[in-house]
Design a protein around this ligand. Structure first.
Ligand code: HEM
Length: 381
């Protein structure tokens, strides 16, 4: 970040982290982050999922705007699972922590600011840095408290804790507290909107494909029995649910393009040679909708994922990227999505609100959902 946007609030907030680094620096970050994502604490996901169910319990048959509910839910999950902090966005979306987070999101997601380098204007830079400082100070405080808790033998099992443990391993080169903070920031950036968008489109497709919704519900009841929350083993047995999740990520990939790659050598492609040093960006959405790669690409057909890893060999399914830089949080997100579906499908029939703007198909702008999605959750007997 410092290289691309020197002295900016972006560099201050995100610094060098596992996503914005390469070569040996990336390896060092990934080695500490990887083990943390291997043993994800299911209980921290379920605490927040059950809280969301309590909120839905108070609403019956009235349309709910699902994108904002999923935004609130996924922020709380990330805070808890990634670093043991409750943003409390579900109960109180106006609280100071949520505001601090949203203020920074607005800065780093603003294309005008990046395109026109608005931070060259000192007063804008100062304002932005002040907002970034607020959130960074919260992250610093969380890391400090986590060191203390671990020294006192207290454990919650969140990712930060697991990363601090991985830091103790003599084979790894340690990450400093500043580097840990920058990774916390990038987990928020990479893991919040992506999962929240995935869940929103997922619930939309279930509302418009009642046969798929019934099949998925039948599987949830059969596999889980009386359990509300799937165990680690049960997660693996939810085959149809996984197919639905994969098909949704194919049709509506939350990351519609893959992060730039710089060619280290000339690449021969058909009749062209793309010279070393070129920057390449893969258009995931286009690949996922190509009729050369997919039969009836515009239809929602979970069955196409019946054969496990059907499309991973030829890289035609790239929702989480591929190769060594593949998404670190893919399991994190899949667990979250499965858990929400298990809870919702058991209890509710999900329908699209009458007169929805999306009734003839989901409205997209630059491959992202462009309007609110109102859904009705009707309690089942
Ligand atoms: C549906 C949800 C998600 C989608 C669609 C998604 C998608 C992606 C994609 C396409 C990449 C780029 C891979 C590449 O360049 O080959 C990526 C990287 C990454 N994602 Fe995700 N992601 C999701 C959720 C998450 C979550 C929940 C987290 C963390 C809590 C996360 C953390 C990361 C990180 C750290 C990287 C960079 C990995 C590296 O460069 O080594 N993602 N993700």
């Amino acid at each position: 970040m410092e290289e691309f946007l020197p002295n900016s609030s972006f560099a201050e907030y995100l610094g060098t982290n596992v996503a914005f680094s390469s070569g040996d620096v990336w390896k060092r970050h990934r080695r500490v982050c990887n083990p943390a994502f291997k043993t994800l604490p299911l209980h921290l996901f379920s605490e927040t999922a059950l809280k969301m169910m309590d909120i839905l319990e108070t609403i019956d048959k009235t349309p709910i705007e699902i994108k904002s509910l999923m935004q609130r839910f996924t922020l709380d999950v990330l805070g808890k699972v990634a670093f043991g902090f409750d943003f409390n966005n579900l109960d109180n979306p106006d609280n100071v922590y949520v505001k601090a987070y949203n203020d920074v999101q607005k800065i780093i997601m603003d294309p005008i600011s990046i395109l026109f380098r608005t931070e060259r204007i000192p007063v804008i830079r100062q304002q932005n840095l002040k907002k970034v400082d607020k959130l960074s100070n919260l992250f610093k405080e969380i890391i400090k408290e986590k060191h203390k808790a671990l020294a006192a033998g207290k454990s919650r099992g969140d990712l930060l804790e697991l990363m601090l443990n991985a830091n103790e391993n003599q084979d790894n080169q340690m990450l400093s507290d500043t580097e840990l903070r920058h990774n916390m920031a990038v987990f928020m950036l990479a893991g919040h909107d992506t999962t929240s968008n995935a869940l929103s489109t997922l619930l939309y497709v279930l509302s418009t494909h009642k046969d798929v919704q019934e099949n998925a519900r039948e599987e949830v009841l059969r596999v889980l029995g009386d359990n509300l929350i799937p165990s680690t083993e049960q997660h693996k047995s939810l085959k149809y649910l996984n197919m639905v999740i994969y098909e949704n990520l194919r049709m509506y990939p939350p990351a519609s393009t893959l992060i730039f790659r710089e060619l280290t050598e000339d690449l021969k492609f058909k009749d062209f040679v793309i010279p070393a040093g070129s920057l390449l960006e893969l258009f995931i959405y286009g690949i996922h909708h190509s009729s050369k790669l997919w039969d009836k690409p515009e239809e929602f057909l979970p069955e196409r994922f019946e054969k496990e890893n059907a499309n991973s060999e030829n890289y035609s399914w790239l929702a989480f990227g591929g190769g060594s830089r593949m998404c670190l949080g893919n399991n994190f997100s899949l667990i979250e999505q499965r858990m929400v579906l298990c809870l919702l499908l058991r209890k509710y029939e999900i329908s699209l609100a009458p007169n929805s703007i999306h009734k003839d198909g989901l409205k997209l702008k630059f491959q992202a959902v462009s309007h609110p999605i109102e859904l009705i959750f009707k309690r089942r007997d």
